[in-house]
Design a binder for this molecule. Sequence first.
Ligand code: M6R
Length: 617
Amino acid sequence: MCGIVGYVGPRESQDILVAGLARLEYRGYDSAGIAVIDENGSLGMRKRAGKLARLREALETDPIGRGTTGIGHTRWATHGGPTDENAHPHLADDGRLAVIHNGIIENFAELKRELVAEGVEFLSETDTEVAAALIARAYRANDGDLVAAFRAVVHRLEGAFTLLATHEDHPGLVVGARRNSPLVIGLGEGENFLGSDVAAFVEHTRHALAIGQDEIVAITPDSVTVTDFDGNPAEPQPFEVSWDASAADKGGWSSFMAKEVSEEPEAVANTVRGRIHDGQIVIPELEGLDDLFTGIDRIVILACGTAYYSGLVGKYAIERWARIPTDVELAHEFRYRDPIVDASTLVVSISQSGETMDTLMAVKEAARLGAKTLSICNTQGATIPRESDAIVYTHAGPEVAVASTKAFVAQITALYLLALHVGRVRGSLDAASAADSIEQLEELPEKIQWILDNEQERTEQLAHWMADTRSVLFLGRHVGYPIALEGALKLKEISYIHAEGFAAGELKHGPIALIEPGQPVFVVVPSPRGAATMHAKVISNIEEIRARGARVIAIAEQGDSAVMPSADEVLRIPLASPLFEPILAVVPLHIFAMGLATAKGLDVDQPRNLAKSVTVE
Ligand code: M6R
């Protein structure tokens, strides 16, 4: 939901801003723009509807003067369609002030009426231009003090915002503010950066500061000043970015998604690494925090989209190993239904970005109600972990493609680590189960790699043949059910094909009516060894849909011969205990969705209407 970058320093800012936007484009790609104070002290601005390439063309044909202070924005439209006029930056103060924004200013209509009554004219339909006009008015009232203008304006804004501004009276200064929306600082030598996330500046510096909620930041080439909204000094939290710029490059792959699927083994391995000591799960981030797990009688998992599906898988592991009743809920549904949580509830949020507004708001609500909070997150310096009592990071590395893949397997891995950790702390896990589970976890990366090496080509071929398919169904039972949901979401998201995931047992309660001759149905088949009863039931489900003409593509473990006569195609996964199968079974589904979207000639990294990080409710 919009990428933001700011730069002050000795270098040509245009190049730095555009390179930063290229790395942030996954956050939104409806339009892009930059504003730079040039060497003559004039503010130059270019913005274009469409992807960043259109802005690049505009800058080539109509360059801005050279300058070393600037701000840049890549947009996911909220107020007003993706047009040149609605693109950011927005100008005010006779074109001398430029403002960019991520989030939604909920009271913008009322503020706009006030400004229109004063004679202010607006060129766009955005809420951002209202903020720009307010900052301009406050700037004049505060004798040209941009930071003071921010302090005056932020109190009037409701909703979520990250705002950055630069004014031609102040070359060498960029001012920002954040509420419920991300902003981090990159510390350089004689130069400083601001970004929605560290990707904006990681090629220049890995030293970063996380800005707290309701804070204002001013950067110059040699200084960084952070205060709260009233001007009291604030302490931003320093952190080192654990990956370098090359980790966020395509590195020769045809798409970020292809690269990220190939990194699924590594994402799991890195999430496990350093968390097993002497045959026991030890999560260093949770040391000294046993209280979080001992005084509780319930866990509530909150997340959205793919992260929610990982939570559905995690529930099985937590209930099995930690023996705590666990509910999984969509974060946006939780917040508005007067939820019953208290100090005996541990709320576990899951978010790749750590910025999903629905999840953030749900976590805050849970904390307000007295629950303990723990976040599983992939992004350092993000807001949700900072709002939580404890953090378990997934170490999947930067995920750029909008469709989440490697983060999903890393999230399930982290949930399993958590379940084993809590099981040990609460004494509910016997040593043999713990040892077996740890061994299974450690074997996962190699098994995922086996799927990539042995089944990727065939799965892509299948996707190619199915490029004209109009609808695909996905079935699973137990931990296979969330995998069916994930398979369907991935296909919808990047190939725009109708897809639905169902619990296999639910089929005869309605969805079987959808089956007609030729209907493709993916079925996640449980292991005949570890889950014989469920296996038999799923084979029966396959027979039921085949009898009605479905074309069945089974995902089944190697050596499962019972599936052979029933399915039209079988994609194989290595042997694993039932609880560990989802991390394997999802891999062919990720490959399939990517293969089908590619066969349709679609942009798998930047599907229509979506953004990677959903920072509005
Ligand atoms: O950053 P988060 O994990 O909080 O994001 C949650 C969802 O928006 C995300 O998983 C979304 O569903 C993906 N695009 C799915 O591939």
